[in-house]
Design a protein around this ligand. Structure first.
Ligand code: NAX
Length: 328
């Protein structure tokens, strides 16, 4: 039998946590042959709720689930961690300025980065879901100098999946007919879902759509503002779809992208496509041998250039703000 993989989930008692944990325990994160040991990190007030979720996990009798630990201590939660899903974050409350939000999250992601640095397994992979995801990931990464920077990522896979569905609907095709879609930039309203490099049954997606007005006024804003539309309809923010995207992100990272395709993930920039080195920005990425790599050599036209630059400018502002606050 294989040694269980240690999977740490922060914010485990939250709504994404509730949708995520059962799928991890049933084998969807790493595959049907990989036993997992769950570590749940919560704030003290939510530990009891996390224990309730753990009781339900027990009641599923998942064959792959080899144990559950619950803690409010980051050091304990990340000791020996192989896969860290950082979901818990400080939401923006009424009247909160952006600086306050970044500062509150710095208070979460700095110690978590330090705890990962101190205790994680050599192969640790980190996915930040909690918003502002890219900048939270940057804060954690900067406080884990002994972990290769490429192991820190932030989630834009939900945006990617949303874009796949919107395009499939528009063209009356299946999502499996679409390849090489990209989300660029920040997981925020400035993100740029790019159809110019995407293919639908081998044909260029932007040409297949042939409707620049739809692309600019419908597709891009629908994808970028989908989170708000879900809140409006459901009365609560995206949870199961976010959990599903987190599962996809890690599964792809470990198991690879299909030949001739890529996906989207926010990874540490190496300077590709004019994105300043060190920023955690979304790119087209392939996964191979357990590593995400930025797809190189794409031609970026003027329209895409402007959109990418605008979203990256926002990431630069966020980075400068957390730098100004002494968080990185
Ligand atoms: P909830 O408020 O339901 O749950 C968050 C949980 O995190 C709470 O149980 C809270 O006690 C816990 N928490 C807070 N601080 C913590 C800390 N220091 N350590 C451990 N746990 C802590 O939020 P939920 O709907 O689950 O969303 C979680 C995060 O995901 C939010 O920041 C949200 O904005 C973000 N999202 C990111 C998405 C993405 O695509 N990257 C999409 C979905 C989602 O909006």
């Amino acid at each position: 039998t294989r040694t269980p993989v240690n999977v740490t989930v922060t914010g485990a008692a939250g709504q994404i946590g509730y949708a995520l944990l059962f799928r991890i325990a049933s084998g969807h994160l790493l595959g049907p042959d990989v036993p997992v040991r769950l570590r749940l990190l919560e704030i003290p007030q939510a530990v009891k709720a996390a224990e309730g979720t753990a009781m339900e996990l027990d009641d599923c009798a998942f064959p792959l689930l080899s144990g559950i630990d619950i803690t409010d201590d980051a050091k304990t939660a990340f000791d020996g961690v192989n896969v860290a899903l950082l979901v818990g974050a400080r939401p923006r409350s009424k009247g909160m300025e952006r600086g306050d939000l970044l500062e509150a999250n710095g208070g979460i992601f700095k110690p978590q980065g330090e705890a990962i640095n101190a205790g994680a397994a050599d192969d640790v992979r980190v996915l930040v879901v909690g918003n502002p995801a890219n900048t939270n990931a940057l804060i954690a990464q900067r406080h884990a100098p002994d972990v290769p920077a490429e192991r820190f990522t932030a989630m834009t896979r939900l945006d990617h999946n949303r874009a796949l569905s919107q395009l499939a609907k528009k063209l009356g095709v299946s999502v499996t007919d679409i390849r090489k879609l990209t989300i660029w930039g920040n997981h925020s309203a400035t993100q740029y879902p790019d159809l110019f490099h995407a293919e639908v049954n081998g044909r260029n997606a932007a040409q297949a759509v042939d409707d620049q007005a739809w692309l600019e006024n419908d597709f891009i804003p629908t994808v970028a503002k989908r989170g708000a539309a879900i809140i409006e309809a459901r009365g609560a923010s995206s949870a199961a779809s976010a959990a599903n995207a987190a599962i996809d992100h890690v599964f792809t990272w470990v198991n690879g992208t299909a030949e001739g395709d890529w996906t989207s993930a926010a990874v540490v920039s190496d300077g590709s496509y004019g994105v300043p080195e060190g920023l955690i920005s979304s790119f087209p990425v392939t996964a191979k041998d357990g590593r995400y790599e930025i797809v190189q050599g794409l031609e970026i036209d003027e329209f895409s250039r402007g959109r990418i630059d605008a979203s990256v400018a926002e990431l630069v502002e966020e980075r400068d703000a957390v730098q100004g606050l002494g968080l990185i």
